[in-house]
Design a protein around this ligand. Structure first.
Ligand code: ADP
Length: 533
């Protein structure tokens, strides 16, 4: 038989060992199960409960010993009583008796102890004994009290850990689901995190990106191809700038270029040393292209508007000179020149209006049933008259070409753009063919030439606003880069498609589709009346 002192020493030793085990357990649910099982064991009890204070400050059962989950509801009023009264108040004892009766359990002796961290209550421990005559002594209570103090701290720590974890996973979700690219760097500019938007933006899977220097994965470069991450890393400017930023091109792994804006939030330790940074990467490709387009627009327009205006002005001032007399033929030539340049200006303005109409909400067309081959023939003969003998024109429409449903004026514009391009971009002349055939509900129409052709990598941008292939001929020929853009918009407004097949030095062939006009209803005929044969 142990002396009371020895027993106390042994108990203290046990509690200390338990306290260590509890402190090491950061999983709240496991910790609660450990605490309640040990508390029941220490006090030689039969049943036990552990309740924690919820957000509203009420006790809520979180773990139990020897009491199945299905029985927890029966303790609700007891928890309410413990919220309001001291653990040894008669109201609490009464509730315990009620629970025992409801559950038919021998909860004969009970001890309840609050779990306190300083002044703050985090929960409550309840131990029950089934034996009638073995009550809890003051010693038992003191012993449980010491245990409860350790348990309370361990529970509180686990709760803080759980809250910190929840916060971290909330942050993880925010980072992961952010529409912007987000990455984290360590003190040596190596990537430690890479979210889904970053993967999409760069084509790098995170498994490969993580651990590599950001200068290798992003390699942000300027228009001349200089790697800005190596030559002008914004983080090198730190700490002069608290949110260093950089803009430039990133080569996606599939080869296409993305224009990004990258801003960093650097982090420092207490001593002010750089320990890493969060990088926010935004896709600015659309804005960049828009800016480029605006710049192109201004330069193309100023050139395209200035040229005819200065020609008109030059011719007009020659005509108005009183000190020289011009013969009739020269006068006629100058006047024709003025007329042509004025026409060019009018066409350009019409094109610009059309572009702004498309941008303001689409092109309005008025389709009627028309013969596309007829319109092609008219445009060919008008334009052929402007060329010399180096060109030959061929019309190759199949005989059974059905009528199409199209806007006649706009279709004229399509032919005019495509055929005048075929002339413009065939410096040595050649044969220009315009033809078509029909396939199901569509007709396919083409304009082909034997001119300079178009490089394959230019084709995707050919139909964009103001886009002109940068070659000597394009620089020498007048053009606004609007013709193909408008042509495509017109064809698409009809529900058709346009594409080009081309080979450098051999020529190009533009093909588009248009819907066939629906078959005409037969002329109305008078049906014999049934009533009056
Ligand atoms: P532009 O006013 O410059 O002719 P377009 O939109 O009609 O504008 O054409 C865009 C660019 O496509 C042209 O600048 C030219 O480089 C190229 N292009 C168009 N048609 C042809 C063609 N038939 N052959 C070669 N290049 C062409």
């Amino acid at each position: 038989m142990l002396e009371p002192n020895d027993r106390r020493l042994q108990q203290r030793d046990y509690v200390l060992r338990l306290a260590r085990a509890m402190a090491a357990q950061l999983d709240l649910e496991r910790l609660l199960n450990l605490v309640i099982a040990q508390a029941v064991n220490l006090l030689v009890g039969n049943y036990g409960l552990i309740a924690l204070c919820n957000a509203a400050g009420h006790l809520e059962i979180r773990a139990a010993f020897n009491l199945p989950l299905s029985s927890w509801a029966a303790f609700e009023d007891l928890m309410g009583a413990l919220d309001r009264y001291e653990p040894h108040a008669p109201e609490v004892s009464m509730e315990i008796r009620k629970v025992a009766a409801t559950l038919q359990l021998p909860l004969r002796q009970a001890v309840a102890l609050p779990l306190l961290v300083g002044e703050q209550q985090v929960g409550m421990l309840l131990i029950f004994r089934a034996a009638l005559n073995v009550g809890f002594t003051a010693d038992d209570r003191q012993f449980l009290g010491a245990f409860a103090d350790f348990a309370a701290i361990a529970v509180h720590n686990a709760q803080l850990y759980e809250a910190a974890n929840a916060e971290r996973s909330r942050l993880d979700t925010i980072i992961e689901q952010s529409a912007d690219g987000m990455m984290m760097l360590d003190a040596r500019w190596r990537i430690t995190r890479f979210n889904a938007a970053m993967e999409q933006l760069t084509g790098w899977p995170r498994e490969e990106a993580i651990g590599r220097p950001c200068a290798e994965v992003l390699a942000i470069h300027n228009d001349r191809g200089t790697n800005l991450c190596l030559t002008a890393c914004p983080l090198q400017a730190f700490p002069l700038d608290s949110h260093p930023a950089i803009e430039g091109w990133v080569a996606h792994r599939d080869g296409h270029e993305v224009y990004v804006g990258l801003s960093y939030s650097p982090t420092r330790d207490a001593a002010g040393r750089f320990v890493g940074a969060i990088g926010n990467v935004r896709d600015l490709t659309k804005q960049k292209r828009e800016e480029e387009l605006q710049a192109t627009f201004i330069s193309v327009m100023s050139h395209e508007l200035k040229t005819p205006v200065s020609i008109i002005k030059g011719y007009a001032s020659t005509l108005s000179r009183t000190d020289v007399s011009l013969d009739a033929a020269t006068q006629h030539e100058l006047l024709t020149g003025i007329e042509e340049e004025a026409d060019r200006l009018a066409n350009l303005i019409a094109d610009l209006l059309e572009v702004s109409r498309i941008q303001a909400g689409g092109l309005r067309i008025h389709p009627t049933e028309i013969d596309a081959a007829d319109i092609a023939a008219q445009v060919v003969s008008a334009l052929a008259a402007t060329t010399d003998e180096r060109f030959e024109f061929q019309l190759r429409f199949e005989h059974a070409m059905p009528a199409v449903l199209a806007d006649a004026e706009r279709l004229r514009m399509v032919f005019s753009n495509l055929i005048s391009n075929a002339i413009k971009y065939s410096p040595d002349g050649g044969t220009i063919r315009v033809g078509g055939w029909h396939e199901g509900a569509h007709v396919l129409i083409y304009v082909s030439d034997e001119g300079i052709g178009i490089a394959a990598d230019e084709i995707p941008r050919l139909f964009s606003r103001f886009y002109r292939v940068d070659n000597r001929l394009a620089r020498e020929t007048q053009g606004s880069g609007l013709g193909l853009y408008l042509t495509k918009a017109i064809i698409e407004a009809h529900g058709g498609r346009i594409w080009v097949d081309s080979s450098i030095g051999k020529g190009s062939r533009f093909t588009f589709t248009l819907p066939v006009a629906p078959p005409r209803l037969p002329e109305a005929t008078t049906l014999p009346s049934q009533d009056h044969p």
